[in-house]
Write a protein that binds this ligand. Structure first.
Ligand code: ZN
Length: 242
């Protein structure tokens, strides 16, 4: 089976469409690691587009906040503004769709979590220490996470230690006996100084993994955000990739 691995779409429909087009005919099923909504201008359209495909999706902290499962006050002011707008904008269908998504799923030999296997909704895995600790919190060979919006790989070095590496885009990575935590990066709001949408492809027969980036029409998403009255910083950060 061939999988399209995406995360943190954040209601950025233009970016999601660019990813689907870039990876067209290269996958059978979507694995989406959460944060489908929040920040961006098209929450309903993104939820609908995802549901048009064979997919397994997780919920993220922004999805939970929109549903009222997390306190919006725990987010920064711009995120709060976007979350309130999203709460007012999503349809009943989108709300119901988001409400039935789990924050963690095991699809052996992969564990899928929005943030981390230890704290699926909230924890960021951005350094070797937190990654090393998290290897004790899942039983499968590999764990796929989103949440940080930064494409990264961590290899289990044993004893609670890990080694981080950056992805090599467009290159096949053979998954082998090494245990890994892998973040495919964010579709709708990358934070690694590369504003292009990030995603990954996985072939579970050959166990080949590949990180990808694709440019999309950022100005179009920014225009839609301005029309929705989103805070300036949320609009501006997209073109800088932070
Ligand atoms: Zn996110």
């Amino acid at each position: 089976m061939r999988y399209l691995i995406i995360s943190d779409i954040h209601a950025n429909l233009v970016a999601l469409e660019a990813v689907l087009q870039d990876a067209a005919k290269e996958w059978d099923v979507i694995w989406c690691l959460g944060d489908i909504v929040g920040y961006g201008p098209n929450p309903n359209e993104c939820a609908e587009l995802l549901q048009q495909h064979d997919h397994l999706s997780l919920s993220g902290n922004h999805d939970w906040a929109v549903l009222g499962k997390l306190d919006i006050e725990s987010f920064n002011s711009e995120a709060r503004t976007a979350l309130r707008w999203t709460q007012e904008t999503i349809s009943e269908e989108t709300r119901q769709f988001l409400a039935q998504l789990p924050p963690l799923r095991v699809e052996a030999p992969f564990t899928l979590a929005h943030g981390s296997p230890r704290q699926p909704v909230w924890e960021y895995i951005l350094d070797e220490r937190s990654a090393g600790e998290n290897f004790r919190h899942f039983d499968t060979a590999y764990c796929l996470v989103g949440h940080s919006h930064v494409p990264l790989l961590f290899e289990d070095m044993g004893g609670g230690k890990s080694r981080a590496s950056l992805p090599h885009y467009g290159e096949a990575l053979q998954l082998d006996e090494r245990r890994l935590i892998i973040n495919p990066g964010s579709v709708g709001q990358p934070r690694d100084s590369d504003p292009r949408a990030a995603y990954a492809l996985l072939d579970s027969d050959t166990m080949i993994w590949e990180h990808r980036r694709v440019a999309y029409d950022i100005a179009e998403t920014q225009e839609r955000m301005r029309e929705a009255g989103m805070p300036f910083r949320l609009v501006a950060r997209l073109e800088l990739g932070w």
